[in-house]
Design a protein. Sequence first.
Length: 254
Amino acid sequence: MKSCLDSLPRGSEVVFHLDPSVDDSSNLLQKIKDPRFTLIETPERIGFSEGLNFAIENSKNSMIARLDADDIALPWRWQVQLRAMRDLDLHFGSLLHYFPERKVAKLIPGYPVRLEGSQFSLVTMWRNPGFHPAAMLTRDLFSELGGYRKAIAEDYDLWLRAVACGARIRRDSLPVTVYRHHGKQATADPLWEDRVSRDPLVIESKNNVAKFLGFEKGTSVVASSLLRSRNPFFFMEFRDLFRGDTIGANSSGD
């Protein structure tokens, strides 16, 4: 919370939703006396997606940003993203990945690649190119999409729906958040990507993106093998392959 509040622009706020917990989280958070900080506790567990929606409903600003309690907002995050949002509906910075349990290479930068327009849209068909703790979007877009749904990957589902409605989206290469990795995260599960790919809500959203991009059922995308690749330079290869706004795909695969 300190990193977030220290760099928060004038007129901004931090809204923290807390489900009932057995640890000392509530007492610790109640000690934060900053007037820009609001703690909202619910008497019953409402779940992650509904908790996010509830917190946003109880906030007031026109821009919405996301940060996990154990992550660190880099000092330039808010200024950089607010500047980017002048021409966008949804913006992503990159991450510095922090592995506290490692003895070496504890801090690793994310892939330094920029994706926008059709580049970002096409990547979403195969994987999640947007970092949730480094996202900023307009309240208007969030309201238009109806907020988070109870998908396994609620953030990925939201990005897909944003693409399908024609939102202006860009991912930049500058890190704006230090993202802490630990073994208890859902994404640490080796079956995580498989579970997400089978989620009916994600499948529905992907189908809507396919329609938006002009891909009819049965369309063969030439880059499918690259898009499924686990090559660490995947994003850079993809950017080079689809440089510019050049979708032009139809049912014949032209």
